[in-house]
Design a protein around this ligand. Structure first.
Ligand code: ADP
Ligand code: MG
Length: 691
């Protein structure tokens, strides 16, 4: 191997064997030598105990150290298959080994060679026999036997042996690689050096050194992720922003005039926001609050405070109907004096106060001139060619991600030098550990308390033989002019948009159960406008039953919907189910959620029972995380969110440790002046794609 080969070189540089296997490496996302080194075994076979032949046990994986006494290769008479047969012995006994269709063996092994042999032996005619065992010559350092042997996921024609052989070469190279962690960390945390950790994770000396290697590599991954967050936070925070004093009198008066009293959590969250707005450092805060906890009003009050200082706020909702809902409620809760400064701006709707239509051109002009101070809309607000005069606050509703690029684009839209404050809101209750990892650069306000008088949604797990009672119950509710959601899971892989599952359920209900009632269906294949129309009609109680996939919007208020039926509940995560039911029970009517499941296992029933016992979204999220892993919390779409190779989101202690170190390293000049670390951090900056 030429000296100059580097970790960033193509894996094909390792050896001519690797060059031939490039296409298979590609399939498992290995392009460079560094990628290969980060491709970890998914398990190890313990072949470290070398046994005597006489101590072998039938069918049990074992390694022996033997000398070859006889080796023959021939073709089987009938099938013309190449067979290699070997006799070998140690000082306790003799064994026989056979290999089929492996014509190279006779070129590699010779009589008199000492080898390790690993496999599952069988006793035949008083002789221990191995079929197709793994072998390895004594003169090599053992990679495939007589040790903890790494087992990797393979692709195409790639074999374990080839992968180990190439890994071993790559590891030799890694000895000259730079150490990516600051030495202080290694010393204090007692972590092994990088190349040592890589060596140990691929070819462990023993369980203990393996564990140390795993801890170190996990830490490294989490540490750099946290550094990324810290850097983007530090960078954004360096920019000038708006200092907005709290207009206490106006806020107090507005709060007094609300038709309800704010909960303590809402009050506290508002105070946290106001405190963020006053120093000259942009806010980056996330309000995390269960569905129906009343996040919107807090955001409105923050916007009001900005308006009263003469600056602009943009509120971005995830859908058109949600934007309209926000616009409408803003008209009820904000002081009259300010209503003329509020506008709705979606893809094809432009409204001023009192739902007065206005042309797009005119609206954009008013925004540019700063007459409109509070714009409520969809993503159009940041996509279109909208210029703000002085955008001081951006509110993002129900979005998990809002990247640095988007933030930057907002800044460029304003004629003002200053960057806006950022307030995001989510109803996905994220366990603390996870929010540290996912939102390491955000400050978080929790709204845990539900508004007074809100009744919890009564949830039941309904056995199949009570299904007819459930249908009767639906009728009773509809007779009271109340409405019903029916949620269907995706039936199979081919039904990605849920068309089949929804249609099947719809037809069953429409033909057999409720032929006299109007039922409509909502699934992923409908156009956005159709979906919005259906939701708007349902919201206005124009029909009583909506059959839908999980796409029904988060946050839409449907005051008369009091009953939700969820079919195939086992297919959803607990958090997701909890989000579904948050769409009902948004007023003071008693509401119900009925779960049906076809999975009768104890585990599933227990899991769903949790939903009937608690209304605490955070508890359910913790439980979900434990039972099904992080992907479930965000649905399959967002599992790509965490590009973690080895660390897990449940590595709580390590995450904390990594965060503490990241804060130190990204702010302390002592570290920042280290050239190599500086380079690494600079590279991270350009690669930020995660918030
Ligand atoms: P979410 O947190 O899910 O976005 P919303 O902000 O949409 O919840 O609030 C849900 C409903 O609760 C709205 O109709 C809102 O007016 C009402 N609400 C908000 N705060 C309170 C409160 N403190 N007391 C009573 N009702 C409230
Ligand atoms: Mg909401």
């Amino acid at each position: 191997m030429p000296n100059k080969t580097q970790a960033t070189d193509s894996v094909s540089q390792l050896h001519h064997i690797a060059a031939k296997l490039v296409q298979y490496f590609k399939k498992i996302k290995i392009n460079t030598i560094a990628d290969l080194l980060w491709y970890f075994p998914f398990r190890y076979d313990d072949l470290s105990q070398v046994k005597k032949i006489k101590d072998l046990t039938e069918g049990e994986l074992a390694t022996v150290r033997v000398k070859i006494t006889n080796l023959k290769t021939y073709r089987s008479f009938k099938q013309k298959m190449i067979i290699t047969k070997m006799l070998a012995s140690d000082d306790s006994d003799t064994l026989e080994a056979m290999w089929f269709r492996q014509k190279f063996i006779s070129q590699i092994l010779k009589e008199g060679d000492e080898i390790y042999l690993s496999g599952k032996p069988q006793k035949k005619h008083l002789l221990w026999q191995f079929n197709n065992p793994t072998y390895e010559k004594m003169k090599d350092e053992p990679l495939h036997s007589a040790r903890l042997v790494p087992i990797y996921h393979l692709s195409g024609r790639l074999t374990q042996k080839q992968l180990r052989f190439l890994m071993n070469r790559a590891l030799k190279l890694s000895q000259t690689m730079n150490e990516p962690l600051p030495v202080d960390i290694l010393n204090q945390e007692k972590y092994p050096w990088f190349h040592q950790a890589l060596q140990e994770i691929h070819f462990p000396t023993n369980e203990k050194t393996l564990d140390q290697a795993v801890q170190r590599l996990k830490f490294q991954e989490l540490f750099y992720l946290q550094c990324k967050y810290q850097l983007s936070k530090n960078d954004y925070q360096k920019q000038p922003t708006y200092s907005v004093p709290a207009n206490k009198r106006l806020l107090e008066k507005t709060i007094e005039d609300l038709p309800f009293t704010l909960t303590n959590d809402q009050e506290r969250t508002l105070q946290e926001i106001l405190a963020d707005l006053s120093p000259k450092k942009p806010m980056n805060r996330l309000i995390e609050g269960d569905v129906g906890s009343g996040k919107t009003i807090v955001a409105f009050l923050a916007a009001l405070n900005i308006m009263s200082a003469g600056w602009q706020t943009a509120m971005i909702a995830s859908t058109e109907i949600l934007a309209q809902q926000h616009f409408q409620s803003s008209q009820f809760v904000l002081p009259k004096k300010y209503l003329a400064n509020i506008a709705l701006l979606t893809k094809n709707k432009y409204l001023l106060n009192n739902h007065q239509e206005i042309s797009k051109k005119e609206l954009l002009k008013k925004i540019k001139e700063g007459q409109i101070k509070f714009m409520i809309g969809t993503h159009t607000l940041i996509q279109d060619k909208i210029n703000f005069k002085n955008l001081a606050l951006v509110i993002i509703d129900e979005q998990h991600r809002f990247g640095v690029n988007q933030r930057q684009s907002l800044k460029n839209k304003s004629q003002d030098e200053r960057v806006p404050h950022l307030l995001s809101m989510t109803a996905t209750p994220i366990p603390r550990t996870l929010s540290l990892t996912l939102y390491g650069d955000l400050d978080i306000s929790l709204i845990k308390e539900k508004p007074a008088g809100r009744q919890p949604v009564k949830t039941f797990l309904v056995p199949e033989n009570k299904r007819n009672d459930a249908y009767k119950f639906i009728r009773e509710k509809i007779e009271l002019r109340q409405q019903v959601f029916i949620i269907c899971p995706i039936i199979d892989e081919s039904d990605k948009l849920g068309v089949k599952s929804v249609t099947q359920e719809y037809e069953k209900l429409n033909q057999n159960i409720f032929p006299d009632l109007e039922i409509r269906q909502l699934h992923g294949q409908l156009k956005t406008e159709e979906k919005e129309k259906i939701m708007a009609d349902f919201k206005n109680n124009r029909f009583p039953i909506l059959v839908a996939t999980s796409i029904i919007e988060v946050g839409v208020d449907i005051p008369q919907a009091t009953l939700m039926i969820i079919e195939g509940a086992e297919r959803f995560g607990l958090s997701q189910l909890h989000q579904f039911r948050g769409r009902i029970g948004r007023n003071d009517l008693e509401s119900f959620c009925l779960l049906f499941t076809t999975d009768q296992t104890q585990l599933n029933k227990q899991r769903l029972k949790a939903l009937t016992q608690t209304n605490d979204g955070f508890k359910l999220a913790e439980l979900d995380l434990k039972l099904r892993g992080a992907g479930e919390l965000f649905g399959t779409k967002q599992t790509g969110l965490m590009p973690l190779k080895i660390a897990r989101l449940t590595d709580t202690e390590l995450i904390k440790k990594a965060q503490i170190w990241a804060k130190k390293v990204t702010t302390d000049q002592k570290y920042l002046s280290q050239k190599q670390l500086q380079n690494t951090l600079n590279n991270l900056k350009t690669k930020i794609h995660l918030e």
